[in-house]
Design a protein around this ligand. Structure first.
Ligand SMILES: *[C@@H]1O[C@H](CO)[C@@H](O)[C@H](O)[C@H]1NC(C)=O
Ligand SMILES: *[C@@H]1O[C@H](CO)[C@@H](O)[C@H](O)[C@H]1NC(C)=O
Ligand SMILES: *[C@@H]1O[C@H](CO)[C@@H](O)[C@H](O)[C@H]1NC(C)=O
Ligand SMILES: *[C@@H]1O[C@H](CO)[C@@H](O)[C@H](O)[C@H]1NC(C)=O
Ligand SMILES: *[C@@H]1O[C@H](CO)[C@@H](O)[C@H](O)[C@H]1NC(C)=O
Ligand SMILES: *[C@@H]1O[C@H](CO)[C@@H](O)[C@H](O)[C@H]1NC(C)=O
Ligand SMILES: *[C@@H]1O[C@H](CO)[C@@H](O)[C@H](O)[C@H]1NC(C)=O
Ligand SMILES: *[C@@H]1O[C@H](CO)[C@@H](O)[C@H](O)[C@H]1NC(C)=O
Length: 454
């Protein structure tokens, strides 16, 4: 009797082990993502004393919060569950900064165009998913915020070096200022494509074309011998971007992919140009980032060298593949089987930690690989919720469900707009600190390619 009650107690106290996933059942998918979001919240600083709303605890950078809230906002829409609604809403408002363009001055030591761009994609989703509009006095609509991000980024277009593009860094004192990278430009490309599709204003689509053309001209997006597109990381302006860092990251591939899918969908009267581009990038996505149908971060995962940022990349890559299958329905027959196998692999990686359902990095093993963190949780969230995109509407536009208020002039007068000329007061000590931070990031970035050569 006693032994039996002990056994019963032990059973009741046991954590939920692993994540059961029936890939065809919405409530099973959304139950799985509930557990995973619980794990994400373990890292959230905004509900803790002394924590900042919209930020995760160290060592997670500001940009990764933008990425994670982008995934959670999608979950809100896909699973129609309001549990984290207020947290997502508050995070976007708090991190938008005084000019609502995602340039909060307290991030100027670390903020690059890519960081601002990733938050821009998240706030654009808020418009496209008809997320609750801001009601506070003086707070603009999500659409206006996305336009503010785009407008400020577009003003940094630099034709003087490498024939165009924006640099990685916004601020001259951050090292990496001389590096032009794909992700910054890809965010701008995608944002323009989404603004064009959402508002129906062709000016944005023309600008998206300009960014795309540059990415191809400079050689960051190139066709390989299989007819698929490789997406490389970036290059330094000192040699006019000729010495390209050829690391391939799933988030670069994904953000370029998503942009092309939006362009394809937005150019409804003649999709042929964008269809062939989209096909090439879908081809590259499946060629480089899937093994045995399961997604992986090919540049660092098997060598076990992924850093914190890189451990989150499959999250935004999953989202972009999912959006692509919604916006270009003909791609679903390619993408869906891959995402189904990946979602299953992701769920099987979630057997770690004291809670028994902490997710790992490697989705190909069928068990938890010992890695854990915000990136692993975010990847599993978006990998698994990708199964919901076939069951819910595609991103809305202003014509068919979106109600967000825009402002084509947003942030054009903001204090942060022309930071290259502005004299924001930064002490020497801060500058040195910032250089060290970005130097370390750059070392890891470039180190990755050296690693591959050896
Ligand atoms: C909504 O999400 C919460 C937490 O993630 C979960 O506990 C709850 O069961 C979900 N509601 C429904 C209806 O699935
Ligand atoms: C940084 O700035 C944002 C936006 O202005 C603000 O919401 C946040 O509290 C600040 N963070 C810290 C750590 O002070
Ligand atoms: C720099 O690169 C761009 C883009 O590839 C090219 O158009 C331009 O002619 C190059 N400039 C010089 C000075 O080589
Ligand atoms: C497609 O529509 C756009 C704008 O509505 C127009 O500028 C373009 O010429 C059209 N293309 C074709 C092939 O009809
Ligand atoms: C654009 O996306 C919508 C929503 O999924 C879809 O119905 C439509 O067919 C897409 N357009 C094209 C050209 O595929
Ligand atoms: C979008 O939100 C507005 C304002 O809350 C609402 O009136 C409208 O019905 C929503 N549209 C959809 C498609 O849910
Ligand atoms: C379209 O967008 C451009 C660029 O932001 C803006 O200048 C223009 O006024 C917009 N056109 C309309 C009709 O809203
Ligand atoms: C921006 O500044 C100009 C000139 O100072 C002014 O005319 C315009 O109304 C301002 N726009 C906004 C959106 O504040």
């Amino acid at each position: 009797m006693l032994a039996q009650s002990f056994a019963l107690c032990a059973l009741l106290l046991q954590p939920i082990l692993g994540i059961d996933l029936d890939t065809s059942d919405s409530s099973s998918i959304c139950d799985a993502t509930s557990l995973i979001q619980g794990g994400i919240m373990d890292y959230y600083a905004g509900t803790r004393i002394g924590g900042t709303v919209g930020m995760f605890q160290q060592p997670y950078y500001w940009w990764e919060a933008g990425e994670v809230f982008g995934g959670m906002l999608e979950n809100w829409f896909l699973c129609q569950n309001d549990t984290y609604h207020d947290i997502i809403y508050d995070a976007m408002i708090h991190q938008a900064g005084p000019d609502y363009d995602f340039m909060p001055s307290n991030q100027s030591m670390v903020e690059g165009n890519d960081d601002q761009g990733v938050w821009g994609l998240t706030v654009m989703s808020a418009a496209e998913r008809n997320f609750t509009n801001p009601t506070e006095d003086g707070v603009p609509g999500w659409l206006a915020m996305a336009q503010g991000v785009f407008n400020t980024m577009w003003m940094r277009w630099d034709s003087e070096h490498c024939g165009g593009g924006v640099r990685w860094q916004i601020f001259t004192w951050n090292s990496g200022y001389n590096y032009k990278n794909t992700v910054s430009n890809a965010c701008m490309f995608q944002l323009a494509a989404r603004l064009g599709r959402y508002t129906g204003n062709d000016t944005y689509l023309t600008k998206a074309e300009t960014v795309w053309d540059w990415l191809v001209d400079v050689g960051f997006v190139v066709l390989n011998e299989n007819g698929n597109a490789n997406v490389y990381d970036g290059a330094n302006i000192d040699d006019n971007c000729t010495d390209i860092v050829k690391n391939e990251w799933s988030y670069n591939q994904g953000i370029v992919l998503g942009g092309a899918a939006y362009m394809y969908n937005a150019t409804q009267n003649d999709t042929s140009v964008w269809k062939s581009r989209l096909d090439q990038i879908v081809g590259g996505s499946t060629e480089f980032f899937f093994k045995d149908k399961v997604m992986y971060e090919s540049t660092c995962q098997d060598s076990k060298t992924c850093n914190q940022d890189q451990r989150s990349f499959k999250s935004i890559f999953s989202r972009m593949l999912s959006l692509t299958r919604s916006l270009a329905p003909y791609t679903a027959e390619t993408i869906d089987p891959l995402m189904e196998a990946s979602a299953e692999g992701a769920a099987k990686s979630c057997t770690g930690g004291t809670d028994g359902h902490t997710c790992g990095l490697n989705w190909q093993l069928g068990y938890h690989d010992g890695y854990y963190g915000l990136g692993e949780q975010a990847c599993a969230l978006e990998g698994i919720q990708s199964l919901m995109y076939s069951k819910r509407p595609a991103p809305y536009t202003s014509d068919n469900g979106g109600s967000s208020v825009g402002d084509t002039e947003a942030a054009l007068n903001s204090t942060s707009t022309n930071v290259l000329q502005s004299d924001i007061k930064i002490t020497h000590k801060d500058k040195v600190g910032a250089s060290i931070i970005t130097a370390v990031i750059l070392a890891v970035l470039v180190g990755g390619s050296i690693w591959m050569i050896f």
